[in-house]
Structures are given as structure tokens and as C-alpha cells.
Design a protein around this ligand. Structure first.
Ligand code: URA
Length: 205
């Protein structure tokens, strides 16, 4: 099976899990989008209204911001994969509950094991804490908040997987805190630079 087929199987498994929290109130499963062989994985929090209606992550206002930022560092959907902590929209976009994170993240972990990214960009507090806690939702409270961690790449190894995590503000945050835009753009430039260095060392042009 290739990566796309493996991801399709995970998507099917989620759809077959009739008891998964938030499923009842949601319109569609929001599984992920992008290249299943990408070296860069971006992880958001949870689908919003537009994502829920279309079944695709980051298609609303936050998605437009994210598209602009990716474009700024010459990245397209061909080169990244984008997924969320929660696979279904929480009512009225409220924060994910601990129990929901525990139920939904095993699927995210399966996605990560298939994609095997070299770089994971975590968007906002929930994704950052989950990944830096070594994919253990019970340890998330031990991790600092995004305002402290943003823009600083961290090398992480979990089981046999090694990758670099870059925590950044969630693109939705700049919609209501415009002062953060500059920092978010700065952090994206850092991501671009890190990727260039990675290519340099791996001999790619
Ligand atoms: N915000 C997220 O975290 N994920 C989405 O898919 C859309 C908005």
C-alpha cells in the first residue's frame, strides 16, 4: 500500500467509529489535505464552520491566512500535509476537551506514522502541547504556552521517529490580534530558512 492508500484506510476507520465524540453534531469528517509523502506536516486545532461543511481543513478565513503564509515561503499543498488535532468540529468552535483530544489523537498519530514528516509545524497551543508532550495528551499541561515557545525549533524523538517541531501562532489568532501578524510572518520566514538548510545538507538544490 502506498501512503495515500494507508491514509484512506485511516479515514475509513474513523468513519466506522460511530462512537467518536463530536461526530453527532458535525456535518463532515475533516481528515487532512495535501501530499501524503510530504516532509512537512502542519497540525491545527479543530475544524471550523467552513471546514465542517466542506470536509477539508483550513478552507475558511484561517485557511486563507495560512495559504498566504505558505506562499510567502514558496510552499504549496504539493509539499505539505495539513491535519488537525480534532477530526470533527466542536460546537460553536469551542476549545477541544481533554476527553476529545484523547479520543481523536490516536488517528492523528496514525497519520503521522504514515507520513513520517521531517518537520512538524504546530499551529497554536493545542497542537504544540500535544506534539511536544511526545503525543501524550496527559502530559500536555506540562508544556509551556505558545507565546513562550513560538518560533523556536525543537528536535523531538518519539519511539523511532525523529523530527523538528516548529511551534507558531495559530493563523486564526492574527485575525483578532493583528499585532501578532509580524511575529507569525517572522516565524514562517524561519521555517523557510530551516527548510533551505535541510535541503542544503541533504544535497537537494
Ligand atoms: N482552524 C484549525 O485549527 N483547523 C482548521 O482546519 C481550520 C481552522
Amino acid at each position: 500500500m502506498n501512503n495515500q492508500e494507508k491514509l484512506d484506510q485511516i479515514r475509513k476507520n474513523i468513519l466506522e467509529n460511530k462512537n467518536l465524540s463530536l461526530r453527532e453534531s458535525a456535518t463532515n469528517l475533516v481528515f487532512g489535505k495535501g501530499n501524503s509523502d510530504a516532509e512537512i506536516l502542519l497540525i491545527g486545532e479543530a475544524p471550523g464552520e467552513k471546514e465542517d461543511l466542506q470536509g477539508i481543513p483550513f478552507v475558511g478565513r484561517a485557511g486563507k491566512e495560512l495559504d498566504k503564509l505558505l506562499h510567502m515561503i514558496n510552499l504549496s499543498l504539493e509539499e505539505v500535509y495539513i491535519a488537525n488535532i480534532l477530526k470533527y468540529r466542536p460546537p460553536k468552535n469551542r476549545d477541544p476537551k481533554q476527553s476529545e483530544i484523547e479520543e481523536h489523537t490516536p488517528y492523528l498519530i496514525e497519520q503521522i506514522k504514515v507520513i513520517e514528516p521531517k518537520v512538524i509545524v504546530t499551529l497554536g497551543n493545542f497542537a504544540t502541547k500535544f506534539v511536544l508532550a511526545g503525543f501524550d495528551s496527559n502530559k500536555m499541561k506540562e508544556i509551556d504556552g505558545i507565546t513562550k515557545l513560538r518560533g523556536n525549533p525543537v528536535k523531538v524523538s518519539v519511539d523511532n521517529a525523529k523530527f523538528t517541531v516548529i511551534p507558531i501562532y495559530h493563523p486564526a489568532a492574527v485575525l483578532y490580534r493583528p499585532a501578532w501578524r509580524e511575529q507569525l510572518e517572522e516565524d514562517f520566514q524561519k521555517i523557510g530558512k530551516l527548510l533551505q538548510e535541510k535541503d542544503k545538507y541533504s544535497g537537494k538544490q
